[in-house]
Design a protein around this ligand. Structure first.
Ligand SMILES: [Zn+2]
Length: 257
C-alpha cells in the first residue's frame, strides 16, 4: 500500500515507500508519455509530442527563450580548454534541446527512458540511449569527466534518489564543465540548492572539529547564487513554467571525474 507523505527533510510530497527503481522505470518507459499526450500534465510537452503547427510553435518559443538562455549560460560560463564541446541531456524527451544545441556546434547525447519520446528523438538523427544516468556512467569508464555540459530539465521530481543522481551527473562532467538543472517544484529545487552549496564548500567537516578531515577542497563553483526564474511572458504562455527554477554549478577546472 502506498501513501503520499511529506518528505521531512525537503518538504515535498512523495510516495511512501518510494517505488522500486524497476517499477518506476517501467512506468516512464510505457505510460508516462501517454499521460502527457492526454494533456493532463504539461501542455507544453503535449504540444511537442503531437507535432504539427502547435508543436512547431512550441519549439520556436523554447528556442528563443529557455534554450537560448541555457545555451548562453553554458557558453559564457564554461571554463574548459579548447575542445569538442559535448552535451548530455538527461531526460531529453523528444530531443528538442539536443537538436538546438547540435545546431550550435555541440556534440550531443541524450538519455530518455520513455520509449515513445526516445523514438521521436532518434527519428531526428539524435544519439539517445534508454538508460538512467547511473547506468550510462557505469557502462563505459570513458564517459567519466567527458561532458562540458550536462542538463537536467524537470527530471528530478521523477526520481527516488535525486541526490544520488546529482552525484553521478557530477562525475560525468569534464573539469570546468557546467551542470544546469531546471526544477518545477520547490522541494526539488531545494535539493539542488543544497547539493550545489555543499559541493562548492571547501570544507564539509562537522562544525567545531579542530582540524579538517574531509576532501578539503571545493568541487566547483556555484554559478547561480539565486535561482533564475522565467520572465513574465514565459509564465503567461506556459503556466507550468511559473514555478520553474534554473540553477547551475561549474566543476572546478582541476577536479577530475
Ligand atoms: Zn574539512
Amino acid at each position: 500500500m502506498k501513501a503520499i507523505v511529506e518528505d521531512r527533510r525537503f518538504g515535498f510530497r512523495r510516495l511512501d515507500p518510494v517505488p522500486e527503481e524497476a517499477r518506476l522505470r517501467r512506468f516512464y518507459e510505457s505510460k508516462y508519455y501517454d499521460i502527457l499526450l492526454k494533456g493532463e500534465r504539461g501542455q507544453d510537452l503535449c504540444r511537442l509530442m503531437k507535432g504539427g503547427a502547435e508543436g512547431d510553435a512550441e519549439r520556436a518559443w523554447l528556442c528563443s527563450t529557455l534554450y537560448a538562455d541555457v545555451a548562453a549560460l553554458l557558453e559564457e560560463k564554461g571554463r574548459w580548454k579548447r575542445c569538442t564541446r559535448m552535451l548530455l541531456d538527461i531526460g531529453c524527451g523528444t530531443g528538442e534541446f539536443l537538436r538546438f544545441m547540435s545546431g550550435k556546434g555541440w556534440k550531443t547525447v541524450g538519455l530518455e527512458l520513455a520509449s515513445a519520446a526516445r523514438a521521436l528523438a532518434q527519428e531526428k538523427g539524435l544519439r539517445v540511449h534508454g538508460l538512467t544516468a547511473e547506468q550510462f556512467l557505469s557502462e563505459d569508464a570513458l564517459r567519466r569527466g567527458s561532458f562540458q555540459a550536462v542538463t537536467l530539465f524537470h527530471v528530478l521530481e521523477h526520481l527516488p534518489e535525486p541526490v544520488r543522481l546529482l552525484r553521478a551527473v557530477r562525475r560525468l562532467l569534464a573539469p570546468g564543465g557546467i551542470l544546469a538543472v531546471i526544477s518545477y517544484h520547490s522541494g526539488e529545487d531545494r535539493i539542488v540548492k543544497h547539493a550545489f552549496r555543499e559541493w562548492a564548500r571547501s570544507c564539509v567537516c562537522p562544525p567545531g572539529q579542530p582540524f579538517c578531515t574531509c576532501r578539503g577542497e571545493a568541487l566547483g563553483e556555484l554559478l547561480t547564487r539565486r535561482a533564475i526564474s522565467p520572465g513574465p511572458g514565459e509564465s503567461e504562455r506556459n503556466p507550468r513554467a511559473r514555478s520553474a527554477r534554473l540553477r547551475a554549478f561549474r566543476k572546478g577546472a582541476e577536479v577530475a571525474g
